[in-house]
Ligand binder design. Structure first.
Ligand SMILES: [Zn+2]
Length: 427
């Protein structure tokens, strides 16, 4: 990368710190639970317009998504939720590698028990070098970092040769309807960075996740005569052991240095169990719901078949369950895995920018949670990577926060990356 250019960008990033803090605080102080993203999206749009970008307001409409293989109906409003796409038009000069999408979601999860928070969840307080509040880490700071990387380039007097798109989307936490909308509406680029909190690690691989429900039948009887009944709870215990064995067996043949815990790259977890009607009645029915991980390279259909086979085999070995087979249902989120090849030029260029800005290479990681990365890699055929400030273990938790220093580092890396990838030069 060009040394003079880099120095100008570094100065510009530092100068933008007060505005960056203000903007993250503004975003955090504007609650954006699913279905309620409108106000924060207008703030994003205003910021992009202030940077001179052409801004599209792109409404989500389930009617246009429903037939898409990657669509998940999240149960929220099927129309009207706005996505924002800002475009910084490239000069068209013969420089750089291509166009770019910077993508982030504005929807946040509910704050949970308010008594667990030291400050109100929408405080946006700046304390101890951190900004506090729901959405600070996941992922309003990441989205702000993408926007301010572009602001830094402008401040340094630079213009890209190729288009840069800044996408602020809704509905990521509940299935990805926002990013899918942008794909269906034809927004494209040669690469995408999804600005999720990765602690500034490069994460080009994500596992998938499938939500499932298990229905187990029993036969009711008075607890005093329990041998006359069949407990759905006891039969579920057999199936739970089966699922635990399935998780171990599925990981036996799996190895990847990208996962910090390769034995749980695609975990199987039961989240809810409801059974029985009365303490002195043998439970007649049990309904359990959970989440099954999908390995990179595995299709959701393959993962679903593996669970169905395991459950069927367990049932066949039990007299009651073979006559009353447990039902496996798949519902709500059905998220594919996604991956960008590790030798892709996108990753090399981002790694080079990270090294130039911060003086040490970034770790390369896979993540076990679902994200919009899969929509880019699998359905838009756009190479994509997760990269952003923030510790994902703080996401969705009480007292969520983000370190301002880390956001500034992200802005610096992203600005250098955009300059290189999109071929920035003096305007
Ligand atoms: Zn997120």
């Amino acid at each position: 990368m060009h040394r003079m250019l880099d120095a100008g960008i570094a100065v510009a990033v530092k100068a933008l710190e007060p505005q960056l803090i203000d903007f993250i605080q503004l975003l955090v102080r504007t609650p954006s639970l699913p279905n309620e993203e409108h106000a924060v999206q207008q703030q994003i749009a205003a910021q992009l317009r202030a940077l001179g970008m052409a801004v599209d307001e792109v409404p989500t409409d389930f009617a246009t998504l429903r037939t898409h293989a990657a669509f998940n109906d999240d149960g929220f409003a099927p129309t009207g939720r706005l996505n924002i796409v800002g475009r910084w038009r490239g000069s068209g000069a013969a420089r750089g590698r291509g166009s770019l999408i910077l993508n982030g979601h504005v929807d946040v999860v509910a704050p949970g028990k308010l008594t667990q928070w030291n400050d109100p969840p929408w405080s946006g307080l700046l304390r101890d070098g951190r900004i506090w509040g729901r959405g600070s880490c996941d992922m309003k700071a990441g989205l702000a970092a993408g926007i301010f990387a572009l602001a830094a380039l402008q401040r340094a007097g630079l213009q890209p040769a190729h288009d840069v798109l800044l996408q602020s989307v809704i509905g990521e936490e509940s299935g990805g309807a926002g990013t899918l909308t942008t794909i269906v509406q034809g927004y494209r680029a040669d690469a995408a960075i999804v600005l999720e909190p990765t602690s500034l690690q490069l994460c080009p691989v994500q596992s998938g996740a499938l939500t499932f429900r298990l229905r187990v039948a029993g036969r009711a009887a008075h607890a005093a005569l329990r041998s006359h009944g069949v407990s759905a709870i006891e039969k579920f215990a057999l199936l739970l052991a089966t699922l635990q064995q399935l998780e171990v067996a599925r990981h036996a043949g799996f190895a990847s240095a990208l996962y910090s815990d390769p034995r749980h790259a695609a975990p199987i977890s039961i989240g809810t169990v409801r059974a029985g009607e009365w303490h002195s009645t043998v439970a007649e029915e049990l309904v359990a719901e959970g989440r099954m991980g999908v390995f990179p390279g595995e299709t959701p259909a393959q993962a679903r078949a593996a669970m169905q086979t395991a459950v069927s085999q367990a049932a066949a070995a039990d007299d009651w369950l073979s006559a009353h087979p447990p039902q496996v249902e798949w519902f709500e989120g059905q998220f594919e895995a996604g991956a960008t090849p590790l030798d892709h030029a996108l990753l090399q260029a981002l790694q080079a920018a990270h090294l130039a800005a911060l003086g040490a290479p970034a770790a390369m990681r896979a993540v076990t949670y679902g994200s919009d990365l899969r929509l880019f890699t699998n359905h838009a055929h756009i190479p994509a990577v997760l990269y952003g400030p923030g510790d994902v273990t703080l996401a969705h938790a009480a007292n969520e926060s983000i370190a301002v220093d880390e956001v500034l580092r992200a802005v610096h890396v992203l600005a250098l990356f955009v300059a290189d990838w999109c071929g920035a030069a003096r305007a």
